[in-house]
Write a protein that binds this ligand. Sequence first.
Ligand SMILES: O=C(O)c1ccc(O)c(O)c1
Ligand SMILES: [Mg+2]
Length: 601
Amino acid sequence: MRTSIATVSLSGSLTEKLTAASRAGFDGVEIFENDLLASPLTPEEVRARCADLGLTVYLYQPLRDVEALPEAEFVPALRRARHKFELMGRLGADTVLVCSSVSPHALDDDALAADQLSRLADLARGHGIRVAYEALAWGRHISTYDHAWRVVESAGHPALGVCLDSFHILSRGGTPEDLEGISAIPGEKIFFLQLADAPLLAMDVLQWSRHYRCFPGQGGFDVAGLLRRVLAAGYTGPLSLEVFNDVFRQSEAGPTAVDARRSLLTLQEEAGLPAPPAPAPPTGIAFAELLTPDAAPVSAVLGALGFARTARHRGKPVDLWERGTARILVNTGPAERRDGTRLAAVGLESPDPAGAARRAEALLAPVLPRRRAPGDAPLEAVAAPDGTEVFFCATGRPGLPDWRADFEDTGEEAETGGAPRIDHLSLTQPWHQFDEAALFHRGVLGLSPQESVDVADPYGLLRSRAVTTDDGAVRIVLTVGAAPTDDTAHAQHIALATDDVVAAARAHRAAGGTLLAIPANYYDDLAARYEFPEGELETYRELGILYDRDAQGEFRHCYTHTVGRVFFELVQRDGGHRGYGAANAPVRLAAQHAARGFTGG
Ligand SMILES: O=C(O)c1ccc(O)c(O)c1
Ligand SMILES: [Mg+2]
């Protein structure tokens, strides 16, 4: 189906918005009146620019407060409308959006509303324009889509139809009964469809709409379910994103437009429309790659964690460290000094690496050059929104290129005891890309987003959200930090699973590693919350082990010191615990802030 985006959803000048929409592959736009008013371009120039960019102007909006008015007020409203229709002729837009009135003068009189909308539609038809009437969730008397449809139906005018907006509909309740009325609207009377999602917040609906809308798949509404119903009603017009969002208003238009199109592609797939190649969710983490200007400090930590340097890349300064199935690449290639050591890439074990890459590309993920030396295994890789390189790998699977073929054994043997594997990776996201990152990991990589949690840092608030496979074989925790200058909040980490965190912590110390010290107050509180067997709490206190518990089971974890932007965590999950110790994160962050300055990080 044709796709569109409202100019209000993107930042910048009208020209910047149009360019971004076109580059991201949209077929057209809704032009917001304010964007036109603020533009130095004439309507004819905007029309020409859109044509050059391959964009259709599907809609001009909004026209406000025109229906159910006392006659003395309706006359000037019609005069306003005539001006807009002339302007739309110059712009080349043939559909106008009329929002339900919020005017204190509007009367609670459906017959009057229908009559005036009909007169407005008569005027519009004279200009070759159609009127799409939208119920704002906070409309004075008309605030639901079914009420708007009753008025439009009774007006019975060929140039008058409804505009359905998922936000206004779903913010007022999205039960199947609430949505049943959509099937009663003939498809050809649905003149326009606007799509937006939103996080489920309990707040004033106007504020919610104007500041917190997001692209479908980024919030809590069942936008796909709504789209299915609208399609079943016979709607064939464009699918148009209309998102009012404080973050998008400040972010670069280009990436936002790509995020928007990816959202729409994923939504179309969920609603059963033609879709990109099917997802092939990863089955494990093949490796995590650290980029560092100096391999020594990170090698020391890995050695103390029981990793062995088992292989070296044949053509690049990259070491492979292994312990059990946990594999970490240490790359001393060109690192940016500012970041020091950082987590630069993730290898995902993929059932179909080439298929996964094709899907990623179809969903607009930047495909990375393979940087192949002669004889290297062909590796498929794309960039995540935060710049992390994501490789689709096959490890030791016959018939598929094996990334390890590029490595030469050093002869050192990896330890296998203690169930070591990568439990999860934690990646910090730029503050304005948090929702985009969750959508990317879901749509492109086929991971399932878990609940978003807020974590108090001494110097700000972090948001954190895990994206995982259902079996937990791949767990990536996305976090968005406090101030961009706050290094602690922007550290990334690799969590290693162990079946005995106490033994692993002791072994790390014995091998010369350091563990993050946790304040005594934490353990005093833990003693009040839970009962532990004799001596256990003292062990945790001594080693800096943190503890959490839920209905499923227990979670014990501790942390190494930080190298550059990276630290390691040792975790022990028992009884199917699925959390990440969110309750302990504020204590951990405070301890890391306290430790900064004398860790050499
Ligand atoms: O917030 C508003 O006023 C507004 C305007 C136009 C729309 O299409 C809409 O959904 C909301
Ligand atoms: Mg709308």
